[in-house]
Design a protein around this ligand. Structure first.
Ligand SMILES: *[C@@H]1O[C@H](CO)[C@@H](O)[C@H](O)[C@H]1NC(C)=O
Ligand SMILES: *[C@@H]1O[C@H](CO)[C@@H](O)[C@H](O)[C@H]1NC(C)=O
Length: 296
């Protein structure tokens, strides 16, 4: 009995001593005054390869150089905070046809699909500024970053323009985007119907505390850069309908060159693309000059 008591006393003393020494050691300021060490880059890379999906940011583009100068540094700082492995691809349309955002995205996808896991279709003039907008891999379905609740301009329920994340498998499942949309607008609405027909549900960020005024910085100057909203031939009629014919498989283009460019030392890739228009199918890829209306 006596021995056992002494033994438990020993144990108690031991425990108390450990506690005191432990507390004493812990009170030394080991980390607090030292700057955080940068993580070894190689380790980071291996980690990314193992766990993280790679994002291709596809930016359909024409003549918006000053917007690109602001876009690239902004996206680097925004996406690095989220530790998203990404690369920016500027898909520049180099031909005399009207701008075709959807076909440029198709070309960008074909160019990046083997090296990246998902795409962001990204307007160059829409800069995310709320860090709660997460550019993570959209496993379950397309993820609309610039939701109608927060987009500076568009607020209808089925709007999916601006910035949309799609994983490669889903983009291929819906056969990409229609190639019929020359000129500004509606290609994203047609894409919405493709997603819906394929049974995919578009998800959006929830619990975003900011609104249309302060979730994005919209750097588009519409007085300086007029949108091409012309409609000619039977464009209005055709582009209001779902296109079950064209897409990723038949986008007609020539890739003229690829450039590795840096902006403020940040690397991006510029693809110079000529889009080929079959005028017997989509004559509105070039509208005739407007006929001067005679005034009375
Ligand atoms: C651009 O970078 C890619 C990937 O690093 C490389 O394969 C390609 O050769 C480079 N092209 C030019 C023109 O430097
Ligand atoms: C343009 O489209 C028409 C109708 O589908 C087709 O017969 C023709 O071969 C196409 N032309 C070119 C140059 O692809």
């Amino acid at each position: 009995m006596g021995n056992r008591l002494t033994c438990s006393k020993c144990l108690m003393i031991c425990l108390v001593a450990t506690l005191i020494i432990g507390c004493y050691l812990a009170s030394f300021p080991i980390h607090s005054d030292l700057p955080a060490l940068p993580k070894p880059a190689k380790y980071e890379k291996v980690l990314n390869k193992l766990h993280k999906k790679h994002l291709a940011v596809l930016v359909p583009f024409r003549d918006r150089f000053e917007e690109l100068l602001e876009f690239v540094p902004h996206m680097y700082s925004f996406l690095n905070k989220q530790k998203i492995p990404f690369h920016i691809f500027v898909i520049q349309q180099k031909d005399s046809n009207r701008f075709n955002r959807a076909s440029l995205i198709n070309v960008g996808f074909l160019f990046t699909k083997n090296d990246f896991d998902y795409i962001a279709m990204h307007d160059v003039d829409l800069l995310p500024i709320n860090d709660d907008l997460k550019y993570d891999y959209p496993e379950d379905g397309p993820y609309h970053i610039s939701s109608p609740k927060t987009h500076p301009k568009y607020h209808y329920d089925t709007f999916i323009g601006g910035i949309l994340l799609v994983k490669n498998e889903h983009y291929e499942l819906v056969k990409g985007m229609s190639n019929n949309y020359w000129g500004w607008g509606l290609e994203d609405d047609e894409f919405y119907v493709r997603l819906k027909d394929a049974g995919l549900t578009v998800k959006r960020p929830e619990n975003i505390a900011t609104g249309p005024e302060n979730t994005f910085k919209h750097i588009h100057d519409k007085t300086y850069r007029r949108r091409d909203m012309r409609k000619c031939y039977n464009q209005r009629e055709v582009t209001r309908r779902r296109d079950r014919v064209t897409g990723l498989h038949d986008v007609a283009y020539k890739l003229w060159s690829r450039h590795n460019v840096t902006i403020d030392s940040l690397p991006i890739t510029v693809l110079n693309v000529e889009l080929l228009c079959n005028k017997s199918v989509t004559p509105w890829c070039q509208c005739p000059d407007p006929v001067k209306v005679k005034t009375k």
